[in-house]
Design a binder for this molecule. Structure first.
Ligand code: ADP
Ligand code: MG
Length: 325
């Protein structure tokens, strides 16, 4: 195949963009939650990412798994008495495999169609958390499908679930979400990025693990926020741009109220002010804004929040919310 182009250079001078694909953005609505629907959504998102690679950006992809990890957990619980249950860390690992493969294959097919030579690799990633992180006693990360308050309270009563209202969209199960501290496979990810590969990593925030005193690793039952893990990875790789590809066009002030107003551009000081004023809901937009602040205060140049179909335009400054230092 001599006519194959080599795009998306591995030139270390070309800007590195970390694109965090929202787990919720892979699910269009409650009628489109199946594996095939998610595969289609991953394919669609990939079609918007490939042109970014072709423009010469180095791209690293991360993804969420909130809805998907909840589905696996629920399936495991429904199978109680028939099959072993699946520990939460394994649910995360399962979603990394499944979603990582879907995104990787979608991109591989897209590059093939375009005649672009590009290695795409999805890495099962472990992320270290603190055994004593307060979130283990205070679950906050929404997972699984949306429920009515009545259904949620019933699960809380009968199944011991922790439940919470999610950004005015309904009730969901919540699980512990400790802060990510270190990416175990970082050096391997770096080597692959340097070799010119498009890497998919820290899926679902990474599999939560802790260090034992002897330095060995053990899994822990939690789901790390993918926004925080994406920020950690972006900083560790020295990325200049961090994009949250989610299911809303822009971050807004007064979200879901009659005074809702799009935010086109804001700096870190404005982010802090809006956070203090409570404009960004816990467990959804808030972690993106908190991660944006961390990224920009530690060397990142720009954070963009937008929908998959606006990715290319957003990088050109046309769509989305742009956050700068
Ligand atoms: P993802 O899977 O992409 O992380 P989330 O559901 O966690 O998606 O975050 C995106 C959601 O954040 C939106 O669908 C919206 O309901 C919610 N949200 C909360 N506050 C805001 C806000 N101020 N502006 C925009 N969206 C918000
Ligand atoms: Mg989220």
């Amino acid at each position: 195949m001599n006519d194959v182009n080599t795009h998306g250079s591995n030139n270390p001078d070309s800007p590195l963009v970390v694109i965090a694909i929202g787990g919720n953005s892979l699910i269009k609505d409650s009628d489109h939650m199946s594996v095939i629907d998610q595969y289609r959504a991953a394919g669609e998102t990939s079609r918007y990412i490939a042109p970014i690679v072709n423009q010469g950006f180095r791209v690293v992809i991360t993804h969420g798994n909130g809805p998907q990890v909840g589905f696996i957990l629920l399936r495991s619980e429904l199978a109680k008495g028939v099959l072993h249950s699946v520990p939460l860390a394994n649910c995360v690992a399962d979603t990394q495999g499944a979603i990582g493969f879907q995104i990787a294959q979608s991109l591989q097919n897209e590059f093939l169609r375009q005649g672009t030579r590009k290695e795409v690799v999805s890495i099962v990633t472990q992320v270290v958390v603190d055994e004593n992180d307060p979130s283990f006693a205070n679950p906050s990360k929404p997972v699984g499908p949306f429920m009515t308050e009545k259904e949620a309270q019933q699960h809380a009563l009968e199944d011991g679930w922790a439940v919470a209202e999610d950004a005015g969209r309904g009730w969901r199960r919540v699980v512990p979400s400790p802060a990510p501290l270190e990416i175990i496979e970082l050096q391997a990810i770096r080597t692959l990025v340097d070799s010119g590969a498009l890497v998919i990593a820290v899926g679902g925030g990474g599999i939560p693990v802790v260090y034992k005193p002897d330095g060995t690793l053990r899994p822990r039952p939690a789901v790390i926020d993918k926004d925080a893990a994406s920020c950690l990875l972006a900083l560790a790789l020295g990325a200049s741009i961090l994009i949250f590809s989610t299911d809303v066009d822009k971050a807004t002030r007064n979200y879901a109220t009659p005074e809702q107003a799009d935010i086109d551009r804001m700096n870190v000081a404005q982010c802090r002010q809006y956070l203090d004023e409570g404009h960004f809901a816990v467990g959804s937009m808030r972690p993106k804004i908190e991660s944006a602040i961390k990224f920009l205060e530690n060397g990142g140049k720009e954070v963009i929040i937008t929908q998959p179909h606006h990715l290319e335009g957003a990088l050109k400054g046309i769509y989305g919310t742009h956050i700068v230092p």
